[in-house]
Write a protein that binds this ligand. Sequence first.
Ligand SMILES: *Cc1c(COP(=O)(O)O)cnc(C)c1O
Length: 480
Amino acid sequence: MRYQSTRGNSPQQSFLEILLGGLAPDGGLYLPTEYPQISKAQLDSWRGLSYADLAYEVLSLYCDDIPAADLRALLRKTYTEQVYCNGRPQDNANDITPLHWLGEEQGTRIALLSLSNGPTLAFKDMAMQLLGNLFEYALQKKGQQLNILGATSGDTGSAAEYAMRGKEGVKVFMLSPRGKMSSFQSAQMYSLQDPNIFNLAVAGVFDDCQDIVKAVSNDHSFKAKHQIGTVNSINWGRVVAQVVYYFQGYLLATKSSSEKVSFTVPSGNFGNICAGHIARMMGLPIAHLIAATNENDVLDEFFRTGVYRARKSTETLHTSSPSMDISKASNFERFVFDLMGQDGKATAAMFKQVDEAGGFDISKEAIFKEMGKYGFQSGRSTHQNRLETIRNIDGEYGVMIDTHTADGVKVAREHLQAGIPMLVLETALPIKFEETIEVALGRPAECPAAFKNIKSLPQRVENIDADVNQVKAFITTHLS
Ligand SMILES: *Cc1c(COP(=O)(O)O)cnc(C)c1O
């Protein structure tokens, strides 16, 4: 399988060649040159496979420069019940992403697709755990080291640290805004004692952390000299790992591949739902993919109107579903590339317009009128909607959901179609956003047993100023 840039002006590469990098040299994102097609018979033959073996069937189509036996071993090591047992105890936990049926509304069965049972209780573990094992494998093969520099406001940083802890050849330097994360999130990150993980608590806000990462990444000689890399959401390895649970959700919800299902996806950077788009392009019988946003509704606006209007960071609201608080959706370019008939020149022109004019408008163009064939729909929620949905799902079904999943359930209910099961992606467990749960329900969030005393564990974190040179100095003194 070869990978091309969405801007059409970079050489094609193999999976292992793009795994450790970020953007393509022309500023685009990597996508395969074609989507492998899965027949209905093939799909039915995957019923009953373990999650790891299903992942092998899907990923072997994309990672064909990893020998089959190695890939299968990496997947079996990653997708185990032991790794994905930290969340809600469920009878069908060996499905790894079990379905949790809520009930029937308007003739439609609704389920949560449980993606939040990994080590950090958010869906990012689904891909990040695999990335940790893939990075270690690729670095050993090349005899290289990698120093990951990242910025986080919560979920991404902890998922990356738990994926990379103890990994040979990898160090993680994670910047977080001091005192700005929830106490549960900071305890999760700062309690890690692994010597290859460095938490840097920056005196500033998330944007300051992000700016430092950008400044270091733009210092090409520093970056090359110290093998600096990232694990951000545009990494193709993350997207392709997420394709697998759309197949798993489909197979668990249906008896034969003549049936269809829809998915609703709480969305921010468009990484999660982009994987759903790829599954659908491969032939998975998905009726609709519904993008659910919070008040930061750049994606909802696009799917409804054909106008893509990236927000400034000063226009980005801090909401009760903070992992979806984005100003522009970094993976969205992958969908736009497909929408433009995989025309890199046209895609490059559109994103040039995003940089220069803040967005683009395709509302009057034929491609917008024909967009229905990709199955996307969308909606948004407000803080009040999420509180009401958390209360309602707790009252109706006795199930506690987090603020991001609540956004998904609220929007899913506006798009039910009789007879087509609706699977809402559960992207985090309520304990991660316990302050809002308390407000919604007047009682504390459920806390999985493994996390009961996390806030009293010793913490390992360095305070640092919002200063690029201090961060660079910290990195150079802590390299082996
Ligand atoms: C990251 C995240 C999202 C948004 O996912 P994208 O891939 O950025 O669209 C939604 N919910 C939670 C809990 C997250 O951590």
